[in-house]
Design a protein around this ligand. Structure first.
Ligand code: BGC
Length: 344
């Protein structure tokens, strides 16, 4: 009897000590383990801008992944999706709140890729892993901790695939690209945000690929439309008026801006066969392609993209090893597949 009393006393002391450690934030007693035992995980999804078309398709695919995962594993998934409306301070506060609520992992579409250190510092302090996606933090930030990952589509690859769509068509029939047959292809360029890694790399490699492929390029003008359909539409309208009948090719860093260019052509009732190419393969982009309005695009496999983000986050949330679930480059990066799609 005395022994039982001693045992009970010992357990009570141990439990109290454990609780004290929890209060001090020092013990392995966080809600994360409890939820893992309870077979449920909570993931925070932080978007740079909720109304970005491509990011919206990823959001939708992430929700589908979560449902599939619940069905397959019986583990319940809570997704908390937040929109930073292009404000890094707002996103930092959203991250802080989800971390303090005990979320198991964050999936972050960072607003400003050079400003990831605040979110990283908070996540590290609370041992909450982070999967960045689509907007790649600078390398030194990603190297700050082993529980940081990045999922994206390789920008150079997208650009080379985009450039080759035009090169192939030009090589088959130069007059389908050099519309007036004067031996040069007059192009305009629609660029994404200046601070986004994809804009700079896509622009550089699309043009390089066209030149390497022997397309005689002549740049009329170019401008930044921040990935947005409306901004691209306004810019293109201006260029169409400034260079009447001269534009033969519109190269766009993404589909939404390519669609904006098509909107402007339609508005001005321009029936010229100007070729327009995009990147992403969004549903609206694919539809424009099927209707023959877009020459080509490079389609991201958004199911695979979202699967990678989700798989890494869920594995980390359950204290499993992401590298055992999928193949990572340099232990941190996952590059999602993309394929060129053309009109014919
Ligand atoms: C996509 C764009 C998107 C941007 C947002 C790019 O990779 O191609 O469509 O607006 O990411 O970060």
């Amino acid at each position: 009897m005395g022994n039982r009393k001693m045992q009970t006393g010992w357990f009570l002391a141990a439990a109290l000590a454990l609780a004290a450690l929890c209060v001090l934030g020092l013990g392995q007693c966080g809600s994360r383990e409890q939820r893992a035992e309870k077979n449920s995980i909570r993931l925070g999804i932080l978007l740079y801008r909720g109304d970005d078309t491509f990011v919206g398709t990823l959001r939708q695919s992430l929700e589908e992944q979560a449902k599939r995962y619940e069905k397959e594993t019986g583990i319940k998934v809570v997704l908390n999706i937040e929109d930073a409306k292009e404000n890094q301070n707002t996103q930092n506060t959203q991250a802080e709140r989800l971390i303090s609520l005990g979320y198991d992992a964050l999936c972050v579409n960072i607003v400003d890729r050079s400003m990831a250190s605040t979110i990283i510092a908070n996540a590290m302090a609370a041992d909450v892993p982070v999967v960045f996606f689509n907007r790649e933090p600078v390398e030194e930030d990603l190297q700050l901790w082993e529980k940081l990952y990045y999922v994206g589509a390789d920008a150079k690859e997208s650009a080379v695939l985009q450039g080759n769509l035009v090169v192939d068509k030009y090589q088959q029939d130069p007059s389908s690209i050099d519309l007036n047959g004067d031996g040069k292809v007059n192009y305009v360029l629609l660029e994404g945000e200046t601070s986004h890694q994809d804009s700079l790399i896509r622009t550089e490699w699309s043009i390089q690929t066209l030149m390497d492929g022997g397309v005689p390029l002549e740049k009329l003008t170019g401008g930044i439309a921040n990935w947005e359909r409306n901004q691209a539409s306004a810019l293109t309208e201006q260029w169409l008026t400034q260079f009447p009948g001269e534009i033969e090719l519109i190269i766009s860093n993404n589909d939404d801006m390519a669609l904006g260019a098509l909107d402007a052509m339609e508005r001005l009732n321009i029936m010229d066969k100007i070729n327009v190419v995009g990147i992403d393969g969004t549903p609206a982009g694919m539809q424009a392609l099927e209707e023959g309005a877009l020459l080509g695009t490079v389609q991201s496999d958004r199911t695979e993209y979202a699967h990678a983000i989700f798989t890494i986050a869920a594995a980390m949330a359950l204290e499993e090893k992401p590298e055992e679930k999928l193949t990572l480059s340099d232990g941190k990066y996952y590059w999602s597949r993309q394929v060129p799609v053309k009109r014919e």
